[in-house]
Structures are given as C-alpha cells and as structure tokens.
Design a protein around this ligand. Sequence first.
Ligand code: FO1
Length: 309
Amino acid sequence: MPQILAITGGVGGAKLALGLAHLLGPEELTFAVNAGDDFNHLGLEISPDLDTLTYTLADLANPETGWGRSDESWQFMAALGEMGGETWFQLGDRDLALHVRRTELLRQGSSRTEAAATIGQALGVAYPLLPMSDDPVRTTVHTNQGALAFQHYFVRERCQPEVISFEFQGLAAARANPAILSCLDRVDGIVICPSNPYVSVDPMLHLPGMREALIAASAPVVAVSPIVGGAAIKGPTAKMMRELAIPNTASAVAAHYGDLLDGFILDEQDQELEGALGVPAVVTQTVMITLQDRVDLARNVLAFIETLT
Ligand code: FO1
C-alpha cells in the first residue's frame, strides 16, 4: 500500500481522514494538521483541528457536530456559567480533560507534536498526528467588526462579521514541523482533504518553506474540493468566498492552490468543470454522509494518485 500524507483541518477534512484510515494503517498514513485555529481559552491551550481529527480517528467524535466528544456531560459548563465564566465555547466534561492534559504537557515542556502523540496514543489513535508547526501560529480574521481571533470569529460571533482578510500571526517565525518535512521524501502521495482552503489549509501552506517542499516532493499532490455545486458542505467557506469576492466554485479552489496541485477531485455536481481546471481532475461523489462514502472517496483518491505517479 502507498505511503500517504494527508493535510487536514476542521470537520470536513476529518471526514476524509477517517476514510483514509479505513484503508491505510498507521505505517502508511500520516496526518499534517492545521494549528491556526489554536487559541488559549480559560487558561487552556486548545487545538480544535487536532482534537477533531483525534476524536474522529478514535471514534469518539460527536457525530452531530463533528467536533468535541460523543457521550459528553456538561457539568463544568453549567458550573462555569453560574460563576459568570465564558460559556460561548462549549467544553464538555470529557473534552475538558483533553485540554487540561495538553496544557499540562505543554507546560511541562512537551512540544505540540509530543503532546499530540501522548494524547492520541492515550485515546487509542496509532496514526502520526503532526501539528503543522511546533511554534505558535494564530489565524486572525480581519472583519468589518475589527480583528478577531479565529475562534472568536467562528464560534463566538458565529461567522457573522464580514471577512476582509486573514492574517496568520507568528507565521514568519514559525518552522514547518520537521516531522512533516521529513516524510515528504518517502510518501507516494499527498492529499489535501476537503477543508476550508483559506483558514484550515492556508496556515500550513504559508509556513516558510512548506509550499516549496510540497511542490519539490516527488509525490503527487491531490486536493479534494470542499466546494460542491457552488456551496460549502460544512462551515463558512462559501460565505467567506463571497465576502472575499472569490467565485464560489470548485475551480476557484483549484486556482487558489495553483501550481501546488497535480490533481483535483470534483464532485459529480461539478462535472462540467473537469476539463477547465488546468490540472488533471477526477469526478466522483465527494459529499460524505455515511462512513461508506468516506471510505469510497478515500479509495478514489488513492486510485487517482496511482494514475499520477
Ligand atoms: N465549534 C462551535 O461551533 N461551537 C463550539 O462551542 C465549539 C466548541 C469546541 C470545543 C472544542 C473543540 O475542539 C472544537 C470546538 N468547536 C466548536 C469547533 C471549533 O470551532 C473548530 O475550530 C471548527 O471545527 C473549525 O475548525
């Protein structure tokens, strides 16, 4: 089986990540995870995209939301609310333990990568879960209501403010995770999962040297479109694109990734775009409702990579 690096962030990306994990073992599949959503909240270091992926691979994720855990209780949130604490960012009791544990590990000197491995292994995830960097990078959303930390924009303000631009604070000083760079010369394929390109993939691609390293890798880079038929499947992608005056199409996403791509995967609803992207494309079902949809899409991605090598 091929060695694959999957680049993911958010709930949409985690769906394909699970499909890939049903086809490939921990020796064949490594995850590079967005960390731009990370923030410190209530004194806790919180890494939402890493948590979403970890819970998803551990089969612990809340199936309704895609983030946080299933089988949750909310005593902490209730008690915090009674004391006037901030409750806009919902932290279940079991989920809270993960954030406390990560914060403790980081304070004891673990890197973000080491903390992710400790927590992943504790939850039974054997796949390498690599944060994009061990240095802090924070996505700031510049909006018509001022500059907002990503979670303040995404959760507290429910994506209502109008997006003007994104800024990845700390980027210039951040080093791409060496564990990601070192796997680039041994992978047979690189998959950009159907995450929001602007906030869940770009922070990683803009890390100094990362884009160049991905382009220089002999492995083909294939992205799955997060836009289907002019609408985002999950999250605010379509609204962001409108506000950024980017056409709300799969071809705009392919153009956004540009010369990084060796292949692009379109949903059947966007069949007519196939020959118009300037990059080899495959048309298949990319909307993932069931587990089988996730596995089928993953299989099609791997088959497409085979044809590009
Ligand atoms: N997303 C929400 O829309 N509301 C929440 O209350 C919320 C809490 C939360 C707690 C832990 C965690 O790991 C993720 C959480 N998310 C929540 C999702 C988070 O905002 C992610 O950044 C999104 O999934 C996009 O990546």
